[in-house]
Design a protein around this ligand. Sequence first.
Ligand SMILES: [Cu+2]
Length: 314
Amino acid sequence: MFESASNVAGKVDEVFLYITALSVAFLVFITAVMIYFVVKYSRSRNPKAEDIEGHFWLEATWTGVPLVLFLSMFYFGWTNYRYMRTVPRDAMVVKVLARQWAWAFVYPNGKQTSELTLALDRPVKLELESADVVHGFFIPAFRVKEDVVPGRKNYTWFSPTVVGSYDIECTVICGVNHTYMLSKVNVVPEALFKDWYFGDSTEPPKAAAAGPGTKVDPTGDPGRGGQLAQAKGCTACHTADGSKLVGPTWKGAYGRRETLLGRDAPVPVDDAYLVRAIRDPQADVVKGYGAVMPPQRVSDQDVRDLAAYIRALP
Ligand SMILES: [Cu+2]
């Protein structure tokens, strides 16, 4: 299915699939019955028209069964809708200001950004206001969509459940540059969010400091790297002997190909990969592991030494 990255995405998809499946089932059923009747009651087989009186149980069935099915659609739709309208009390409140043709986000501490930054698995309430015309706030990956109407306050809430960067779109044709009314929501682990939220930076924390193929200084001291791995607590999650703890083992890591979440082709573990994995653990997540490696406080020299140590392991 489509990318789904919030607590409400699954609920919306469930209702959507349920209604679609029922509709398809009825399309097939009604079409089949229709063809059957056209053949069975064609004029050639029944040259003399007949008057058919009512049939109580037949009528009761074709009234009762669809009624129950429609009510079940209503039930699933309503209970999920109510969930999506009931904001948890611990939700962080972010004001979303829409205007022609941009989004602005204002946080409780006064920080203002043009991209939305959120902490993983933390509920957030968005209070939506427009400065001019009607806009539509839409995050496809979250299945969150709400109209933003001038002179009115609207809201929505959700918890992002997957680290990453997702599109924000405007769904209402709100003027000539409507199609450029785009932004991003950056979902980062809570620790990274706090660093940003309480820090001086207005730039949202972003994934991927060094891109694939980046040239990296390969000099480093493997001896010091080994000590650092102990001192920095890396060895709580990584081993050098091939056994798997919370994270992948470092034995034989250098040169192997790793399958990353959200990427089709496996990527080789080279120097740039190691630097990125240590510097920005959430940028790429190895398939089969959680995005649980905490951000590391490491200097450039530390990273070079750690990379040298991992590279030197057999
Ligand atoms: Cu708009």
